[in-house]
Each structure stands twice: as C-alpha cells, then as structure tokens.
Design a protein around this ligand. Sequence first.
Ligand SMILES: [Zn+2]
Length: 326
Amino acid sequence: MTTVQTVTGPVDADSLGLTLIHEHFFSSDEAVSVQWPHIRDHEREYALALESAAAVQGHGVKTVVEPTAMLLGRDIAALQRLAADTGLQIVACTGIYTYDHLPQFLLNRDADFIAGLFVHDIEQGIQGTDVKAAFIKCAADEPGVNDRIEKIHRAAARASLQTGAPIMAHSRPASNTGPRQVEILLEEGVAPEQIQIAHTGDTDDLDYIQGLLDAGVYIGMDRYGLDLFLPTDRRNATVVELLARGHAERMFLAQDFDIPIANGLDWYPPEVVEQLKAAGGADDWSMTFLFEQVLPALKADGVTDEQLNTMLVENPKRWLSPAAAR
Ligand SMILES: [Zn+2]
C-alpha cells in the first residue's frame, strides 16, 4: 500500500479521490499575527474555512492539498481541527514561501541547513505535532530567481532527495521563472515527475508551457477565478490545447483560492478586495468555481470525463506518492 500523509495521519493513496491540488484555508502574515494578535479574527476565519470545506465536499472533493508554508502563516492546529470537524482529507506541506526576503536566521545559513528543517517536518512532524508534511513548497515571483530564492530551491531539492517527497514550486510565467526553477531542481538530481510548477496556467504562451512539459514536470493550471492574471476563457483554451497535445497526465486543475485574502483578512484591506472584485479581477474566485463553471465549459469544449479524472484524481495520487513507492 502506498501511503500519503494528511493532517489526520497517513492514508492509502487510492483513497485520496477527487483532489484539489492547491487551495488555502488559512493564511496570514506570521510576524504581524504574532505581534498584533488582536487584529486577527480566528472565529470568523474558521467559520469561513468550514463553509468552503463543506462546499467542496458537496462537489465530491475528498482531499484538499493545502500549500501554505512558512511566511504564509502555516497553521497545523487549525488544519487538524478543520479535518476532524469535516472529514475532509487535508494534505500539508513544509517549505518557505518567499519571493525575495528571508529572515537573518536563514540568510546566514546554507541550503543544507534549510533542507534539514524541511526533512524534520517530513519525518518527525510539523510545529511540535506528529503531522507529517507530504510535499515541499518553494516559490519564485517578480524578483526572479535570485541567490536567496535559488538557495531555497536547492534546499527543497535536497530534502526531496532525502525523503522522496515531491516539490511544488510557485512560479510567475510573466517573469519567466519556471525554466530556471526546473533547471535548479533537475541540476540537484530531482526527478522531473517529482516537480510541480504551480501557476503555469497564468499564461497562455504555449511555447513557454511546452518548454516546461518537455522537461517532464507537472504544471499547475491552478488559478481559476483569478482573472487579474488570466481570464477563464483563455485558461480553458490553453488546457484544451494541451490536452489535444496529449498532456493530461501532467496537468492539475485548481483555484489557488485563499480564504483570508479573498475576505480581506490578509494581504489587502477589505475595501481593496471589493474594488478588485468589482473590476472583474476576481469576482468569481471561490473554492468551488472550478466545479460550477470551469468543468462544464471544458466538457462543452470536448474534454472527457476520463481526462478530468486523470487531472483531478490520478495526477494528485501519482504526484503525492513518495518517490520510493512509485
Ligand atoms: Zn497558493
């Protein structure tokens, strides 16, 4: 039996079922939260998370992969409570979510030291619990893959090689980060099928995307509803074309829905969130948008149930299964 770690313990990979590969129930700025706890509304945040969990379960979702890492407010206790209250399987990560900044503690330590932190979460448990991370998160965005970002990618790669855990790399196609991220991870010896380049669906530049697929990695078509990066019709046209090219086994569909951001509890004040929605940048963004509007549109464009099953059930199971189990 191949097992995958969830916040309520290991489960048989076959029981993951319909899986959303990239959604955030809880997120926050860690430093602000610790220094000024009075600005957080934990009750409201938890109620909103419960609402979204029930909504996805209503569409048959069995598992949500929650890639909230360090610097995005990873909160294992909250995820454990949510999983226990709903029966939803939640998969947690280790890793660091930064576009540039690192605290002095990590600036002055090397990739091997940081890899050790990630390995601890995968083998021992996260934040003093026995909940084990199932994958490793890293990120590159507008500042590009500078020295600090490269160090985190090398740390992620080394932890992956030691543990067999796969890697999810947040990317920014508009800054051409994907190819360099893949290059570093491959250079460290990580197998391409262990790598997922998240947010590749933010572009419809097929040459850029094909370049990543040619390296053998997975890609996240995972920000449905975030029209400010790319509107749904262009995301769909890209997925349809890539399916026609035979890439069903390398694509994930998700929304990167972030409950605190969508509700003005983090990143942006509520009035800015409302402006964004009113401008059409994220007016349909939710944890169920995929089921309500995207999948019906893809089916109307000829996407088959088998292809959807590959992207929403088989790919998550294959990618999340530790390397040794493959
Ligand atoms: Zn995300």
